[in-house]
Design a protein around this ligand. Structure first.
Ligand code: ASP
Ligand code: MG
Length: 473
């Protein structure tokens, strides 16, 4: 009988130091006793941020920053290695591999500082170092537990387009590479430890899948190998009904649909990279979110349908956003205001998170991340300068003190009154709603409130839909 195949991904905190890594390696070794397993690892926590920061400093000519970081990374990885692998000979081989990668990093920083230019391609090469250092280390920890294992760089497996900083996989080629490079290892009960986050173009140039992209690496590999399941091991118990820092009664959701999970990811619940489920959607492979620090808990299972009960599953809030509104009674008469507004946001690459237009058509408002807000408003004032001068458009304003609350659940369409109940609850609690939007998928209802009311709004909605209730697993 063909053994089951699991792809297990460990995030930065799950491999954050030697003891976390030992715990993660235990989980993999144990699964490997019965099943075929592919492990995917992120960089040790914080490493990618430091790499990116240092690359930016090198890009403006700082020649010292690179060596400082390389020294710190050498120290950090060697300390972990010493704790994880007592055998001198096993350690020496890993050490050599780490030194090779560190030397490559040093050359990248030197070249960048010399040229005072950081290209997207170089930034990808630099940011990949964390995963490339982690995989051999993790594989050595696994070998120490008696498993057969081999570190593999995903540049040999995941073939992508050449969009640096956010590359997309080419699944046909990725499948072929996984078959020829990983399948033989799996047949020999060897556990490949693959670097998350990275891939390469068909010509072999290293790319990254975007920050937080190791989740996506896991589902890409899972889909390419027709895995039975994918487990994302992280530092929370799964997908929660709300952010527990704001809603103390939040609880882990046992099962949730792809669409619901994607909606939550998009709206800032940071458990999953938003693209993660794209790769598994065609095959419907289940994805688990589990806590590597409490592996006895079952976590959340993400499946194509979820549990088909409709209604509200979870809440999420996006803060650090700004509301931009453009309007005045005159705008009814201006042709193509909407078209011009959103061509302008597209030109400045503002990420529009929510749009709403009042029915009298004299006000268009939309929400962008705070980091995009200033340049968006400036571009709009420029675009509409004539109309503003003639008072056809009366105002273009920005309000940064707002937040979006999203109520997420499949089939809310089949559950009448969700919007009504949400908004009456807000009314009862005197929480002022500034704008409302409902996606056409009806998987979410989002509304805009003042940022200072976020906690109150979440607590109220959470209670209103009975999400506080303790449901036996
Ligand atoms: N190490 C990468 C990052 O921090 C990828 C990941 O952790 O998923 O963005
Ligand atoms: Mg991460």
């Amino acid at each position: 009988m063909k053994p089951r195949l699991q792809v297990m991904k460990f995030g930065g905190t799950s491999v954050g130091d030697a003891s976390c890594m030992a715990r993660a390696a235990q989980i993999v070794a144990q699964a490997g006793r019965n099943d075929a397993v592919v492990a995917v690892v992120s960089a040790m926590s914080g490493v990618t941020n430091r790499l990116v920061e240092t690359a930016n400093r090198a890009g403006i000519g700082d020649r010292e920053a690179g060596s400082g970081l390389i020294t710190a990374l050498r120290e950090q990885h060697n300390v972990a290695l010493a704790a994880l692998v007592p055998a001198e000979t096993a350690r020496a081989a890993v050490c050599r591999k780490l030194e090779e990668i560190l030397a490559e990093g040093q050359r990248l920083f030197d070249g960048t500082a010399l040229l005072r230019e950081l290209t997207p391609r170089t930034l990808d090469a630099v940011s990949s170092l964390g995963e490339r250092l982690c995989a051999p280390l993790f594989s050595a920890a696994l070998a120490h537990l008696g498993a057969r294992t081999e570190p593999v760089e995903a540049t040999e497996l995941i073939i992508t387009d050449d969009f640096h900083g956010g590359a997309e996989p080419r699944m046909d080629l990725t499948r072929q590479h996984c078959e020829s490079r990983l399948r033989p290892l799996l047949k020999e009960a060897c556990i490949p430890v693959v670097t998350g986050f990275i891939g390469a173009t068909a010509k072999g140039v290293l790319t990254t899948l975007g920050r937080g992209g190791s989740d996506y690496s896991a589902t890409i590999l899972g889909a390419a190998l027709d895995a039975d399941e994918i487990i994302i091991w992280t530092d929370v118990d799964g997908v929660l009904t709300a952010d527990p820092r704001l809603v103390p009664n939040a609880r882990t959701i046992a099962e949730i649909s792809y669409r619901e999970a994607a909606e939550l990811a998009y709206f800032g619940a940071k458990v999953l990279h938003p693209k993660t489920l794209r790769a598994v959607a065609p095959a419907g492979i289940p994805v688990w979110i589990r806590n590597s620090f409490t592996p006895e808990r079952v976590g959340t299972k993400i499946t194509p349908q979820g549990r088909s009960v409709g209604g509200v599953k979870a809440l999420t809030a996006i803060r650090d956003v700004a509301l931009i509104s453009l309007g005045g009674p005159g705008i009814v008469g201006v042709p193509d205001v909407i078209g011009r507004t959103f061509s302008t946001t597209a030109e400045v690459r503002a990420n529009v998170l929510l749009i709403s237009q009042s029915s009298s058509q004299n006000d268009i408002c939309f929400i962008v991340p705070q980091s995009d807000a200033q340049r968006t408003v400036e571009a709009l004032r420029h675009e509409f300068s004539q109309d503003l001068a003639h008072e056809v458009v009366e105002h273009i304003t920005m309000d940064p003190n707002i937040a979006i609350v999203a109520v997420v659940g499949e089939n809310m369409r089949g559950t009448p009154g969700v919007a009504g109940r949400t908004f009456s609850a807000m009314g009862r609690e005197n929480i002022n709603i500034i704008a409302i939007a409902q996606g056409s998928s009806e998987t979410n209802i989002s509304f805009v409130i003042e940022d200072k009311s976020v906690k109150h709004a979440l607590l109220t909605t959470h209670r209103e839909f009975g999400l506080d209730a303790v449901v036996p697993e």
